[in-house]
Design a binder for this molecule. Structure first.
Ligand SMILES: [Zn+2]
Length: 284
């Protein structure tokens, strides 16, 4: 198995919204905001290559949204989904599976493109799209709080194409690739746990958007059930420390990965590194 980080550019979101009840004087030290209180966030996906299978986890905002939509998110950075996949020697047609952690637009927007007739179709024509049944149903009938994040155009074309696979509990989707479900951020968020050379790499998605979200109360204002997030974190930290998990961050512009240690203040990053350095150094 080989795994790669896939950078798809960055976008900006309000720092206060991203850190919930934590005061700015505290989160700003860990993740600085600009003069408009906006923080810059990565849109970092992952490609898992296992023999003939090319599994893409999440795919960023994509390039089909109009300017009116995008102007709120200040897209920046030179990487795109296409260029990052091409740099590894692959094209969209090579992707056999797309695992969507959840259906918020910044995680699944690259799933869909316009064809020549300006119809919306899956961007990965040969792929099966996987996500949880709970998340699919949740996004298909969105509540008012999350409605702005679930775009109809990101969801409907996948179903119409017949390329959708839904699962409803923790599942080994592929050998060494376990999809676990979490419910604090949104219903049935999929958090992939990938086993490689005796270690487990966790694709954190919005469970921990960044390393700055590791302290217990640093929970996104976007989470629909923050008390559930707290419980899920408690359970997860125990498991992560016991098994020396490596965390991979989708939105952290400063840090790609870290391992964890238990400190007097709680669980904190032990060491930061990139996925590439980690695999090259063969610390696994
Ligand atoms: Zn989200």
């Amino acid at each position: 198995m080989e795994i790669f980080a896939i950078e798809t550019g960055n976008f900006k979101l309000d720092g206060g919204a991203m850190f919930g009840v934590v005061p700015k004087v505290m989160w700003n030290k860990l993740y600085p905001a600009d003069e408009n209180n906006l923080c810059n966030w990565a849109l970092r996906c992952m490609l898992v290559v296992e023999g003939e299978r090319k599994i893409l986890i999440d795919n960023g905002i994509g390039d089909k949204q109009d300017e009116k939509f995008l102007k709120n998110y200040y897209l920046n950075g030179s990487d795109t989904l296409k260029s990052s996949i091409a740099n590894l020697g692959y094209s969209f047609d090579d992707i056999t599976d797309v695992v969507l952690t959840h259906l918020h637009f910044d995680h699944c927007g690259g799933s869909i493109k316009y064809n020549e007739k300006m119809e919306l179709i899956p961007a990965f024509s040969n792929a099966t799209y996987h996500t949880s049944k709970q998340q699919w149903e949740w996004a298909s009938n969105p509540n008012r709080r999350e409605k702005a994040s679930f775009l109809y155009e990101n969801i409907a074309p996948i179903k119409e194409s017949g390329q959708l696979n839904l699962f409803d509990s923790d599942t080994e989707l592929f050998p060494g690739f376990v999809a676990k479900l979490f419910n604090g951020h949104t219903d049935g968020q999929v958090v992939p746990h990938i086993h490689i050379n005796g270690r487990t790499i966790v694709y954190c998605a919005d469970f921990f958007p960044s390393a700055a979200h590791l302290p217990m109360p640093y929970i996104c204002g976007y989470d629909t059930r923050p008390l559930i997030t707290l419980e899920e974190r408690k359970q997860f930290f125990k498991e992560a420390l016991d098994n020396d998990y490596i965390l991979f961050f989708e939105h952290d512009i400063f840090h790609e990965c870290c391992d964890l240690e238990d400190t007097e203040k709680g669980v904190r990053p032990k060491e930061f590194f990139t996925l590439r350095d980690f695999l090259i150094e063969d610390k696994v």
